[in-house]
Design a protein around this ligand. Structure first.
Ligand SMILES: NC(=O)C1=CN([C@@H]2O[C@H](COP(=O)(O)OP(=O)(O)OC[C@H]3O[C@@H](n4cnc5c(N)ncnc54)[C@H](O)[C@@H]3O)[C@@H](O)[C@H]2O)C=CC1
Ligand SMILES: CC(=O)C(=O)O
Length: 302
């Protein structure tokens, strides 16, 4: 619902369809938003349990599935949520064969890989929101420490959307100035200003919100809405989303993880080549290995 409200309130689309297995819930949620449509430019809001209602959707966003309980990592949700994804993708694609699929349910990197294989859609049309959210958190935490706007901070978090994510300090800039020229060792050995703490904040961010309210929704809602606007308005903006990373940035594993890519009307259209430091490269390969192990465990469970 946070994705829905972020899309509608920002006029990214004026037509949304919400599908959920829980009929009472989907009726309640869709009616509640419909009754505010006077303030949403008379947007069309459909709620249903039948996938036919979503026919010819330009973008399908999958958020269904179990969420982390206290103490659980995203990877702990794998077994349950793979089953749900493999149920949802075929009917979605049946009714919207030209769609672009964005996977949000966790662990989103692995679920996007499974969704791509299940959907048989072209690779550029299936990706996970991945570290687009971690990147937003990273920019926010740096900006807060420096007392500038988050939009004045450029930088990426890549790899797994989860505990092994990698901050790319070598690519951070503030107001167009390379951060490494301001703080030479930021995030690396000799980091006396403790900038590495910012990445710890990013990794802990979801756990802290979940400890407080039981789930996260507003930041991911806004993050996914921004991806939808890149597609619907063919913006060709650069964002870190999760796609097949094999043979990119030194990754040998057959895994989905986040790298900076260009997103437009056809989905992921090209990759931005990074110039990673030795440490960043090493951490990215470790993140790929973590995801690869989880992916292999799926094959063993079959
Ligand atoms: N990638 C990211 O950054 C984020 C991912 N998430 C993930 O999104 C997922 C959902 O989280 P919440 O919305 O908090 O959970 P929730 O429990 O509020 O919602 C999940 C919904 O999925 C529905 N559902 C379950 N199985 C279904 C099926 N087979 N078909 C149709 N609908 C089905 C349930 O009825 C429920 O309404 C979790 O896996 C969570 O970890 C949440 C926030 C951020
Ligand atoms: C739950 C989750 O993946 C997040 O908020 O980052």
């Amino acid at each position: 619902m946070a994705v829905v409200m972020s899309i509608l309130a920002q006029n990214i689309s004026n037509e949304v369809c919400i599908i959920d297995a829980n009929e009472k819930l989907v009726n309640g949620e869709s009616k509640d938003v419909q009754q505010g449509s006077l303030y949403l430019r008379d947007a069309v809001i459909i709620g249903n349990t039948d996938y036919k209602a979503s026919e010819d959707s330009a973008v399908c966003i999958i958020t269904a599935g179990e969420r982390q309980k206290k103490g659980q990592t995203r990877l702990d949700l794998l077994k349950t949520n793979v089953k749900i994804i493999t149920q949802i993708v075929p009917p979605l694609v049946k009714y919207s064969p030209e769609t672009i699929l964005i996977i949000v349910s966790n662990p989103c990197d692995i679920l996007a890989h499974v969704a791509w294989k299940t959907s048989q859609l072209p690779l550029e049309r299936v990706f996970a929101s991945g570290t687009h959210l971690d990147t937003a958190r990273f920019r926010y935490f740096i900006a807060k420490r420096l007392g500038v706007s988050a939009s004045s901070v450029q930088g990426y978090v890549i790899g797994e959307h989860g505990d092994s994510s990698v901050p790319v300090w070598s690519a951070v800039s503030v107001g167009g100035i390379r951060f490494r020229d301001l703080s030479k060792c930021a995030g690396a050995e000799g980091d006396t200003d403790q900038w590495h703490e910012v990445h710890n904040q990013v990794v802990k961010a979801a756990y802290e919100v979940i400890a407080g309210k039981g789930y996260t929704n507003w930041a991911i809602g806004l993050t996914v809405a921004s991806l939808v606007s890149m597609i619907l308005d063919n913006k060709n903006e650069v964002a870190t989303v999760s796609t097949l990373a094999r043979e990119r940035e030194g990754i040998e594993n057959d895994v989905f993880l986040s790298l900076p890519v260009v997103i437009g009307a056809n989905g992921v259209t090209s990759f931005i080549k990074l110039q990673l430091s030795g440490l960043e490269q090493e951490l990215l390969c470790k993140s790929a290995e973590t995801l690869n192990k989880a992916m292999q465990s799926l094959k063993e469970k079959k």
